[in-house]
Design a binder for this molecule. Sequence first.
Ligand code: PLP
Length: 412
Amino acid sequence: MISFAIDLFFFEQKVEIWANRNLLTKRDYKYIYMNNMVLNVEIEKERFVMTIQVKENIRPTCCAYEKTEFKPIGKTMIRMDRNESVFGLSKRVTEAINAELSNLASYPENSARALREAIAGKMKMDADRVLIGNGSYELLALIAAVYIDSGDECIVSYPSFIWYEKFTLLGNGAVVAVPLKDFKIDAEGVLRKTTLKTKIIWLVNPNNPTGTILSPKELDAFIGRVPKSALVVIDEAYAEFSKAYDMSESALLTEKYDNVIILRTFSKFYGLAALRIGYAISNVEIIHDLFQFRIPPNHNRLGAAAAKAAFGDEEFFNETKAKVIEQREYLYDRLDKLGLRYIKSEANFIFVNFGKDAKAVEKELKNRNILVKPGKEFGFEEWLRITFGVREINDRLLGNLSEIMENRRKAS
Ligand SMILES: Cc1ncc(COP(=O)(O)O)c(C=O)c1O
């Protein structure tokens, strides 16, 4: 019980402000009257705290995502929950980082020109159509900050990467969630919700957590029906892992349409998550708008040098891709043998259905030092998202899974 005396003159105003800030309802506080004057307000909520509160629209998140728990990183944990790559690095990366070490006292070149030119060169486009970011997280935040006006609507697929929703809310936009259809982005569903109020359509391709894709042709047909006032952001964080998806074809969409941004990252396939390099491809005007408002310099020398080296290493790219495809097929085969249902993925993770056992399996794996991502965090209680890796790691997962499931069978 918290009690405080209140200045009569400001009584109504103050109580309302405090009540709103702390999400209190009228029932939660009572006034103490004496001679028809308010002397005191008592608040019967333990959670009443007079602290700085985050802005109102981001306090309760709008979709049914679970609050994520902070997980301490144990030294021996196998992290199959973060979609990082354990397929190794290009050998050229260490050399590039070593060469850059003597330059650490000076800021990097403002726009990461050398890296932009390498990326643009491969795609035969002007380097001014590429923007480097401090990971694609920064680019997502920048897009939201630059384009979303208060009250604009932004469409997210559900379940999907939660940060589209968070950045929309930070930009004071309203989130419109469209459920996936057959675990895939429902392009028709998104179009039905698209209006002249729509500012951004956030798409992730392959989708996180399901690993499904819309092909560049499907995207083309979709974007052709989107009003020009809505920006279509295609986050291709996992596209390099895909066998079916043609990234040079999707890049052409940024030439064909004025309202498309493609985001890519060196954090996943290239294994450089710690160095924080992502990039955006769009038309010159959009790249310029974004470039003006990024925090300068938004990248670091080591990251830019490592990314450029990795990007130019075709042999590394082809070998890694072959390993990924082989391990994905291997896992499908083994999951089939375990009798588990899963969604075929174009990424480095697989969404697997464990029915009502999902929570227990996740806990058991954690006890055995293997972390996987609960589908519950995306609103899918019966599923786990498992990032796969090299054969040794996958076998460790599969061995443990089969033991856990066997034990559960015996116990039931
Ligand atoms: C779909 C998606 N987009 C963007 C990111 C952010 O990647 P980064 O900032 O490391 O480039 C992630 C990270 O997990 C992701 O899953």
